[in-house]
Design a protein around this ligand. Sequence first.
Ligand code: URA
Length: 236
Amino acid sequence: MLRLDKFLCEVNAGSRSQVKAYIKKGMVTVNGTVITKPETKIEEEKDEVIFQGSPCVYRKYVYYMLNKPRGVVSATQDNVNETVTGLLKQTGYHDLFPVGRLDKDTEGLLLMTNDGALAHSLLSPKKNVTKVYYVEIERPLTKEEILLLEQGVDIGEEKLTLPASVELLTEKSLYLTITEGKFHQVKRMLQAVSNKVTFLKRTAMGSLRLDESLQAGEYRELTAEELEDLRGLGDA
Ligand code: URA
């Protein structure tokens, strides 16, 4: 059960004070009856709420693809830095969080949602969800170093990194596909072969590919198909 004014805020009908005013003016019906008390409780997933002639559909969970810009931290709150959650303020959803983390200086694909179960499933080490990174490096890699990156390198963890795949693009740029998500993993992998990452951008996570039409800092909702594919991965 949810208060009618809160419900209308959550479906982005307006601010709390605006929606209260709309309700008091008789602009909102619930199951065909005009309701004028903002505090009226409704069943958000069952009752039919109509505002300005349009039904308001309540969605408990939402899913956004963000092209994270550099300089923004993958957190919901930070006293100093701008956060990825802050970038999605306009959505009206205040419970969004990033699925996994990208470093402050890393760009690219970040899934933002309020669906904890899906996030947990995608981040589970058991699921081996692939992450693709576009990486620029300080100096070219030798064949041996590429092989090492693909087979597993020592980044100071208990075990070597899991098998990865390297697709060279130029002498100093590549796509690296990994299935783990350790802290600074890509940077540490390149460090393990005496190299250095100079630019890092995530381009895919499982079946989800970064929409290249999104400029850094822009976001959009996942399509039904993208979400279905991602859910399939989580369930695998
Ligand atoms: N690996 C890194 O080193 N940094 C990231 O942000 C993501 C993966």
